[in-house]
Design a protein around this ligand. Structure first.
Ligand SMILES: [Zn+2]
Length: 269
């Protein structure tokens, strides 16, 4: 599943091609995504893209008086191809501009393409999203304040998109390792010092993944067609029974909220 780093890599990959260019054509080959692609998306034709922004895992093509909202779902990817490139089986949507196509491929069809003429932060899919982890809105004092009174395990707290948006399973395990925090620690029990360490770890983990070109088990192909390699460098993720790269203790796997968590019992107390 494309996670925040993959979406950010996609944003950075497509933005220089799109910004300042006018969309000429909108092609919907199969509208049956997570929600049917509405006819209103055709409003983008004739409009110039001013910016490509991101909120959580939503890409927002800013056209001034409206935004195209794109979500990659479970298996979506965006790539740039030359106009006239024949579509393949799962290529459901294209935007045409300047002899190029921005093409959405989504085999499992859990993605979304929507149009809004309201400010995107007011959109029902976006307005309840939590703090952006890479923004200044997340730092030690803020994380400490946010977690007060929360009894959920910190691993699950990190993955709750209503609190903090876009920290997926891999990144939650890796961040807790870097901050030396046991994943079962109740969120509300984290000290100010450890909150600061964790906020820093979340940012550095996501930034490392973005630098690596995003990470994915199989489905993500970046806009340049490059597979990410982040997970091959993981400290603990998917390393059950292997030696901790820091202390040599065997990495353990537990299940929290039906998701696997990996941690080092030696490093994370
Ligand atoms: Zn260790």
């Amino acid at each position: 599943m494309p996670e925040l780093p993959e979406v950010e890599v996609t944003r950075r990959g497509i933005a220089p091609h799109l910004v300042g260019h006018t969309i000429d054509t909108v092609t919907v080959r199969d509208a049956r995504l997570r929600w049917p692609i509405p006819d209103t998306v055709r409003a983008i034709a004739g409009r110039a893209v001013r910016a490509v922004n991101r909120r959580g895992k939503y890409l927002l093509l800013d056209c001034g008086d409206g935004h195209l909202i794109v979500h990659l779902g479970m298996s979506g990817s965006l790539r740039l191809v030359a106009a006239g490139t024949p579509p393949e089986k799962h290529d459901h949507f294209d935007l045409g501009f300047d002899g190029k196509l921005l093409r959405l491929r989504d085999p499992r069809r859990f993605g979304a393409v929507l149009w809004t003429s309201q400010p995107p932060e007011a959109h029902p899919l976006i307005r309840h999203l939590g703090v952006e982890p890479l923004s200044r809105g997340l730092d030690g004092p803020r994380l400490h304040a946010l977690t007060r009174g929360h009894r959920a395990a910190i691993k699950q707290y990190l993955m709750d998109g209503r609190r903090i948006v876009g920290v997926g399973n891999i990144y939650a395990s890796e961040s807790l390792f870097l901050a030396a925090i046991h994943p079962r620690t109740p969120a509300g029990r984290l000290s100010a010092t450890r909150s600061a360490l964790l906020a820093k770890a979340v940012k550095s983990t996501l930034r490392t993944a973005i630098r690596a070109g995003g990470s994915s088990l199989r489905d993500f192909v970046g806009s340049d067609g490059v597979y990410g390699c982040f997970q091959h460098r993981a400290w603990v993720y998917d390393r059950e029974g292997q030696k901790c790269r820091r202390c040599g203790t065997l990495v353990r796997r537990i299940v929290q909220g039906q998701r696997a968590t990996y941690f080092c019992p030696g490093c994370q107390k």
